[in-house]
Design a protein around this ligand. Structure first.
Ligand SMILES: Nc1nc2c(ncn2[C@@H]2O[C@H](COP(=O)(O)OP(=O)(O)O)[C@@H](O)[C@H]2O)c(=O)[nH]1
Ligand SMILES: Nc1ncnc2c1ncn2[C@@H]1O[C@H](COP(=O)(O)OP(=O)(O)O)[C@@H](O)[C@H]1O
Length: 187
């Protein structure tokens, strides 16, 4: 299994496990990989830019796009809606680029239905305590949002066996090298 041209790969795993960190490092090493930019109804965090980190939409605008079939998948997570815009993903795959989605569990399950050939990676923390330390250490979320993410994390962690590969994000450099291997981009 590898990130062949025109191949769809998705990465999921609990909030705070380090998906965003791993993906950003991967893209620096392999700029040919195209990362989908999701739409969300969540408020931007400090430093997040519209159209770069997410497309920040009102719930009405998001639901309008759902009605038009504009999302490849979408789901509710911790009280907000998140979705993958369909058209850009299809265009990049048609152009032969490796495409990466970083999405939560329900969306991953939807992609499994519509893109059976997608390669699906689940990122795990070394322990639940370390996951909690990372979410808190990031300092981006309210206590309420942290609580909702940790509750959801228990459900998500139980789903790891559904995936093609499980990647433990312990030491970052090791996990990054393992991710490269999984994508067929290892040295
Ligand atoms: N289904 C789905 N999930 C998404 C999408 N974009 C982001 N997510 C997931 O939504 C969850 C919350 O994301 P975010 O609010 O950025 O919080 P963070 O993961 O804690 O940084 C994460 O598990 C993301 O992977 C999407 O387009 N679809
Ligand atoms: N391997 C790692 N070891 C220690 N801390 C990490 C590691 N990977 C990520 N982190 C830190 O954990 C926090 C959550 O990472 P982030 O990439 O935002 O997670 P996610 O995108 O899965 O929600 C960040 O502060 C990040 O710097």
């Amino acid at each position: 299994m590898s990130a062949l041209p025109g191949r769809l790969t998705l990465i999921t795993g609990p909030s705070g496990v380090g998906k965003g960190t791993l993906v950003q490092r991967l893209l620096l090493l392999h700029p040919e990989i195209w990362l989908s930019i999701s739409a969300t109804t969540r408020a931007p965090r400090a430093g997040e830019l519209d159209g770069q980190h997410y497309f920040f939409l009102t719930r009405d605008a998001f639901e309008g796009q759902v009605a038009e079939g504009g999302f490849l998948e979408w789901a509710e997570f911790a009280g907000n809606l998140y979705g993958t815009p369909r058209q850009p993903v299809q265009a990049q795959l048609a152009a032969g680029r490796p495409v990466l989605l970083e999405i939560e569990l329900e969306g991953a399950r939807q992609v499994r239905q519509s893109f059976a050939e997608a390669f699906q990676i689940f990122v795990e923390p070394p322990s639940f305590e370390e996951l909690e330390r990372r979410i808190r250490g990031r300092g981006t979320d309210s206590e309420e949002a942290i609580g909702r993410r940790l509750e959801r994390a228990k459900v998500e962690l139980a789903a790891a066996p559904e995936f093609d590969a499980v990647l433990v994000n312990g030491e970052l450099e090791l996990a990054l090298a393992e991710l490269e291997q999984l994508l067929g981009k290892g040295s």
